[in-house]
Design a protein around this ligand. Structure first.
Ligand SMILES: [Fe+2]
Length: 367
């Protein structure tokens, strides 16, 4: 499969420094890194950088993207129709959701939304749905390559987040400000967040179960992912124990309820949305340390961060960031309505989750 660098990827070669080492920088709205280059790699990397956007099929460009496969920096070029022929893949079921507006999606999707988050439903779509779909369209058809669609959607989402509240690490800053202001309150905030995480990890496996029957071509893959996820709520129970907090003292947020319920329903009606939405539960790539772990480590109870740390390690070890794509490999070309449902669920749900974190920050009087 040919990989295409995301259009916002910028690279810059850095001439030898005082230590005579050469390197280049790679930046995307959500990620930037400086990578050292050893002399024997210099010529192919320079060639890759020169052809990055103009000629992605260049073999050095492909090698370059492959070397950085741990990071979401590229998407899959739509395969030709013939590539799908004769394969035993999951077809799209009929869909009767009205996707014209966020409100119509919620009204017709088939899963209730908690009244407490009614106000968090965005009034209109703002994501460029046509652009996302066009990146995945299979030539000569009005069907979409699920691998292209999901890989592009993941990058698009990261770009969108980088311009918003989460991308500017406002949540990390909120935690740090609160920690400096009042540690007791800081632990309360961690309790509130961990309660949401506990609920997600407690129900995640059962939310996926409908996919075993409705996404039958990926039955084994789904079952083994469920097995890998089982019991992970215990990581959060560890956090509560380490902080001497009672998880039941913290409320379940409407946004968390929607995340789990909508996912479970997607598992029943849309294998494409189900595959893509795993990305709402898993990190897109693994950073050195999550904001929450870092903040807890700076508190007087640094060991309380280990529940988060261990969970992150498991995800990284099993490469759970790759699960959406693995599921997508069992999908046949997808219809426009399933692709639009998936984009809609992403935009709607991510806004709801964003609002949830902002509300939490405001409840501690930090903006
Ligand atoms: Fe995971």
């Amino acid at each position: 499969m040919l990989q295409i660098p995301y259009e916002k990827m910028a690279v810059n070669w850095i001439e030898p420094d005082l230590t005579n080492k050469e390197s280049f920088t790679l930046s995307l709205p959500w990620l930037s890194m400086r990578i050292g280059v050893v002399p024997e790699d210099k010529s192919w990397i320079k060639d890759a950088l020169a052809h990055l956007h103009a000629n992605p099929s260049n073999e050095n460009v492909q090698k370059f993207i492959h070397e950085l496969k741990g990071y979401p920096i590229a998407y899959v070029q739509p395969r030709k129709w013939e590539k799908f022929e004769g394969k035993d893949l999951q077809k799209c079921p009929d869909l009767t959701v009205d996707l014209s507006t966020p409100a119509s999606l919620v009204a017709t999707f088939g899963c209730p939304i908690d009244p407490s988050i009614q106000e968090d439903i965005i009034p209109a779509w703002t994501w460029d749905q046509e652009k996302i779909l066009e990146k995945a369209r299979i030539e000569g058809t009005d069907l979409y390559d699920p691998m292209s669609f999901i890989t592009y959607l993941i990058c698009y989402r990261l770009e969108w987040e980088s311009g918003g509240w989460l991308g500017q690490d406002r949540f990390g800053k909120f935690l740090q400000t609160l920690l400096e202001k009042d540690e007791k309150q800081f632990f309360q905030a961690i309790g509130g967040i961990s309660r949401q995480a506990w609920q997600v990890l407690t129900e995640f496996c059962s939310s996926m179960e409908p996919a075993i029957t409705h996404f039958v071509k990926a039955k084994e893959a789904v079952a083994s992912y469920i097995a890998e996820e089982r019991g992970h709520h215990k990581f959060m129970e560890q956090v509560f124990r380490d902080l001497d907090l009672d998880k039941d003292a913290f409320p379940l947020a409407g946004g968390t309820r929607w995340l789990l319920d909508s996912y479970k329903h997607a598992a029943t009606i849309s294998p494409l949305a189900f595959s893509a939405m795993v990305a709402l539960f898993e990190a897109a790539y693994y950073e050195e340390e999550e904001a929450i772990t870092g903040a807890i480590k700076r508190s007087s109870r640094p060991h309380a961060g280990r529940g988060y740390e261990l969970h992150r390690k498991v995800n990284e070890e099993y490469r759970h960031c790759d699960v959406p794509l693995h599921f997508a490999s069992y999908l046949a070309p997808q219809t426009r309505s399933h692709a639009l449902l998936t984009v809609g669920l992403f935009e709607l749900t991510l806004n709801v989750l964003n609002k949830m974190e902002q509300k939490l920050a405001r409840s501690f009087d930090i903006h």
